[in-house]
Design a protein around this ligand. Structure first.
Ligand SMILES: O=C(O)CCC(=O)C(=O)O
Length: 298
């Protein structure tokens, strides 16, 4: 199959090293749990990724495609545009993004060392599609010790109308929360986490080519795409911090940022999780027993 190829070579791409993660990004990432490197990829590169994945979608189904749980109705647009996962295992362009030198540089700057690469995802989020209820990525990846990190690239303009990501600043300091049932008329997944009163996620508006880096403990999600004519496509690489020794089975083998496969120990699910309790009028997380729910991936 011939599809649009994306130039992943920083020596010849128009973006080169012009845009990099800086000290300000490091400060924001460590204090808020996430940061956006604006223009890390050019608008043309984002357009080429968009074309590539639309061609892959048009070519048929792929292993792991996920149209969501029941609840989207008879005309659920995700049936035609299911989320793709682990494309880097069979698609060079996805692998090129996952290990891209600019992503590697940004990760190294934010984390102080290379991470291991473990997953790719592509959200098409067409007009009318449900969003994804708020969650913490490390609930699924189970990277231990420490956590996972995402590099979430906007392929379209992302705003509140088409369901941009929304993040809870500072929640990277939280324990992994116990999950509760989500509203599947709004979310294509059926689990979520509760927030204490007064805590609201904030929308992250992005332009094509901007990359949002976020810590795997950060509570985040997205609302439905309420537009009639705008997709909200995004390409995501998931990584685990380079001191992780274990990860859930689904993510093994991991890859070094040079592309070498690496078998880590398997982290079993069902560990302890946190619930919100009142302590002297303040909501704090109390870690309780075992999480009953074990999911392979989000
Ligand atoms: O793109 C979205 O709407 C959700 C993405 C997400 O939750 C993730 O990348 O972990």
């Amino acid at each position: 199959m011939s599809t649009t190829q994306v130039n992943a070579d920083p020596q010849t791409s128009d973006q080169s090293d012009a845009v990099r993660a800086t000290d300000e990004h490091v400060v924001e990432f460590s204090t808020r749990g996430f940061t956006v490197v604006r223009g890390l990829f050019s608008a043309d590169e984002a357009a080429a990724y968009r074309d590539h994945f639309m061609e892959l979608n048009a070519a048929g189904n792929h292993d792991g495609d996920f149209a969501g749980v029941e609840g989207g109705g008879e005309f659920d647009p995700l049936k035609k545009y299911p989320r793709m996962i682990h494309m880097h295992r069979w698609d060079e362009t996805s692998l090129g993004y996952l290990l891209h030198p600019r992503i590697r540089q940004a990760m190294f700057t934010l984390l102080g060392r290379d991470p291991y690469a473990v997953q790719t995802m592509l959200y098409f989020k067409p007009p009318g599609a449900r969003g994804q209820a708020i969650h913490q990525d490390n609930f699924y990846l189970r990277a231990q010790p420490s956590t996972c990190v995402a590099a979430w690239m906007a392929l379209d303009v992302c705003d509140e109308d088409n369901g941009c990501l929304k993040m809870v600043p500072g929640s990277h300091e939280w324990e992994t929360l116990c999950t509760v049932t989500a509203d599947t008329s709004q979310s294509f997944t059926d689990v979520t986490v509760p927030l204490p009163e007064g805590v609201e996620p904030e929308p992250v508006r992005m332009q094509p080519g901007d990359v949002l880096f976020f810590n795997g403990q950060v509570v985040h999600g997205s609302n439905p795409n309420t537009t009639e004519d705008r997709f909200r496509r995004s390409l995501i690489g998931h990584y685990i911090q380079g001191d992780a020794e274990k990860v859930a089975k689904f993510y093994n083998p991991a890859l070094t940022m040079d592309g070498k496969p690496l078998e880590l120990e398997i982290a079993e699910g069902g560990g302890s999780c946190g619930v919100w309790v009142d302590q002297d009028g303040k909501q704090v997380i109390e870690v309780v027993g075992e999480e009953g729910l074990v999911l392979d991936h989000e």
